[in-house]
Design a protein. Structure first.
Lengths: 165, 500
């Protein structure tokens, strides 16, 4: 009986240990915030927007396929972040391990992660942009149409007939 | 007997609609130039295409429907209701072309949400959206908040009589200055002055928070437009949670409250009549309703003890509440957290706040404070009539810029509009429930859409049923225009089919 209980406990530890070591997705963290509150978790995603340095720490917002979550981390740990996600660039993809807070008491009840280990997995890159040919064709064609519509305004005088209802 | 609309009616409507479309097309030049300066190639083409389409349609309507006549009431109302539909269809073009919306319907949803200053979104991967598209999303709110027709009134419409009819059709029956065109220009003046001040304030806070200066001011201008026009869009997918800052939240609260105030009251403030703020029925009602709804929300949050500290209660409980009450829709929590972390009572508090709204002649939607105040005064008057002797003459007054005697007509009108809003909230909730959402979720989202708020508990998403998307679009439209011009449009269509 006692041995059985110990085996179940050990199994539970293994299962949860593996689950928390694997990166969790943002949906799971937000929807089951109570379950992970105060636990050390791993989360991975793309850094988006600004790296906001505040004193010795910094805020970064890390987005996986669904949501972005704020990470509060020592500023020395974000020095490797070069690219952040925007229209012009694909942000660095990082993996963060740290304590997850459902309503952080230090940060006005924000749902956040206090990052302890930050690891860059995939470096970001600038996004090069080329003009879409179809769009260019449509724009030129419409420009012709617009010129025609403008010419029409000048060529025909308005009717001066007075109609009554 | 219903009279079928004449060709002259249609020409007049088309002519004024053409002017409004041209005005809208010209506003798209701003993001177009911005895209050029930021070397955003495809967004430049998106805005070029949308501008060209708008100008072509507008010019053709002016040509085909040219007339010298002025609008009557029916035509004015129809121009207004149609102009919001057309603005949505045209304003959605650059959004759709960006590729960040799943379908054209989704981009129309966001365009209507923007013009109606709602703030519900279906955009995907917002964090990688071009800055020019993001600017346009927020400009849509700025234009819609002031009123699409006001854009045209300010620059393109000469006849005062027709102008007033369109102004009223856009749910603004109060003239700040004797002339409606001067009123429109005053509204723009107020908005631009606050735009500069608000952008500087938010930009400076952004820099202090560690944002890059350009980003800080870009976010500043966007967030100001969304806050002052009680819209609720934000440049990043996390909305206001992105900034992780109490200071930023306080500045946005101040701007939201400014946006929820009657433009007449702004005029009083500008002309030095500061006492009006404390005497006005709308500010008093707003103060009381904020207190009551916050009490309900705080009580609900205390049940689950999620925000035990005062700062947390302020930043999460009060912020969502004031955001809902002012009709803005900024969020500092994730949509799912309403369901996960908040008690039902707390959600009900926010729903009540959303349903009430801000001041008339402001940028907010919903029932509005003047009507709530009038209904309350009318109730007091009726109670007095019962209590006092029959021979006693009961007179009820309220202060709104000046002392006004409460008449039955005002109370009836306030009650009718309130009833119409309640029905609109209810219909949306029923449709939501039909699609399998819970009662509270359906009511929350429906109220948010119809009251032009934009807070979401997670129902609004690209994967929601198409019929629900149409429902919310109609709710946002009807809620923003306060029904009358839409009823007129329906009447016009019936007359066109059944009339003789």
């Amino acid at each position: 009986m006692r041995i059985g209980f110990l085996i179940i406990c050990a199994l539970n530890f293994c299962v949860y240990g593996i689950a928390y070591a694997q990166p969790l997705n943002s949906n799971e963290l937000i929807n089951q915030a109570g379950r992970y509150d105060g636990k050390v978790i791993t989360y991975a995603g793309e850094v988006v927007g600004d790296v906001m340095v505040r004193g010795n720490y910094a805020w970064i917002n890390v987005k996986d396929s669904s949501n972005a979550i704020g990470i509060w981390v020592d500023k020395t740990k974000v020095q490797d972040i070069i690219y952040t996600g925007s229209y012009k660039s694909q942000g660095d993809w990082i993996e963060v391990s740290g304590v997850f807070h459902r309503a952080c008491s230090e940060h006005g009840a924000d749902l956040d992660i206090h990052g302890e280990v930050v690891k860059k997995i995939v470096p970001g890159r600038p996004i090069s942009e080329e003009a879409d040919r179809e769009k260019r064709k449509i724009a030129v064609t419409l420009l012709g149409g617009l010129c025609l519509a403008l010419i029409l305004q000048f060529f025909k005088k308005p009717s001066k007939k007075k109609s009554s209802r | 007997m219903i009279l079928r609309p004449t060709l002259e009616d249609i020409k007049l409507i088309g002519y004024y609609l053409g002017k409004i479309i041209i005005a809208l097309g010209l506003t798209m030049i701003v993001p177009l130039v911005f895209a050029l300066t930021r070397s955003e190639i495809n967004p430049t083409l998106d805005f070029l295409i949308a501008t060209e389409i708008s100008l072509i349609i507008g010019l053709l309507l002016l040509k085909v429907c040219r007339t010298e006549k002025d609008l009557n009431w029916m035509q004015g109302m129809i121009v207004v209701s149609l102009s919001w539909v057309v603005a949505t269809l045209l304003g959605a073009i650059p959004l759709y072309l960006s590729g960040h919306w799943q379908s054209y319907l989704d981009s129309c949803f966001d365009a209507m949400s923007g013009f109606a200053t709602t703030g519900l979104v279906l955009v995907q991967d917002l964090d990688h959206l071009a800055l020019s598209h993001n600017l346009w999303r927020h400009m849509i709110m700025f234009i819609g908040g002031q009123g699409i027709v006001i854009v045209a009134l300010s620059f393109f419409v000469k006849g005062f009589s027709g102008a007033f009819k369109m102004y009223v059709g856009e749910a603004r029956d109060e003239r700040i200055l004797p002339n409606v065109i001067h009123t429109s220009r005053f509204i723009w003046l107020v908005s631009f002055v606050y735009l500069i001040l608000g952008t500087v304030a938010l930009g400076v806070v952004g820099i202090i928070l560690g944002m890059r200066p350009f980003n800080a001011f870009f976010h500043g201008v966007c967030v100001f437009m969304a806050a002052f026009d009680t819209g609720g869009f934000a440049p990043q997918s996390q909305n206001i949670l992105y900034y992780h800052s109490l200071a930023f939240e306080i500045v946005t609260i101040m701007i939201m409250i400014f946006g929820a105030i009657n433009f007449k009251l702004h005029y009083c403030l500008w002309t030095g009549k500061r006492k009006e703020v404390f005497k006005n029925i709308e500010t008093r009602t707003l103060f009381i309703t904020v207190l009551i709804t916050f009490f309900i929300t705080a009580l609900g949050l205390a049940q689950v003890n999620i925000y035990p500290r005062a700062v947390a209660l302020f930043r999460k409980g009060f912020y969502q509440l004031i955001s809902g009450h002012s009709g803005t829709g900024f969020q500092t929590i994730y949509a799912a957290q309403f369901n996960q972390d908040w008690s039902h009572l707390a959600i009900v508090g926010v729903i009540c706040a959303m349903a009430l709204g801000g001041a008339v002649c402001s940028t907010t939607g919903a029932i509005k404070m003047l009507r709530i105040g009038i209904i309350f005064k009318a109730m007091i008057e009726d109670v007095k009539r019962i209590i006092l002797p029959e021979r006693a003459i009961v007179v009820q007054k309220f202060h709104h810029i000046k002392e006004i005697f409460l008449e039955d007509k005002q109370a009836r009108s306030a009650l009718l509009i309130t009833l119409a809003y309640l029905v609109l909230y209810g219909i949306g909730a029923c449709i939501g429930m039909f699609f399998g959402y819970s009662f509270l979720d359906s009511l929350f989202e429906s109220t948010s859409a119809a009251a032009n708020v934009g807070l979401s508990c997670g129902v609004t998403s690209p994967s929601m049923p198409v019929a629900l998307k149409y429902t919310y679009i109609i709710q946002m439209w009807a809620g923003r225009l306060e029904f009358m011009s839409i009823f007129t449009l329906i009447g016009f269509l019936i007359a066109a089919i059944k009339g003789k």
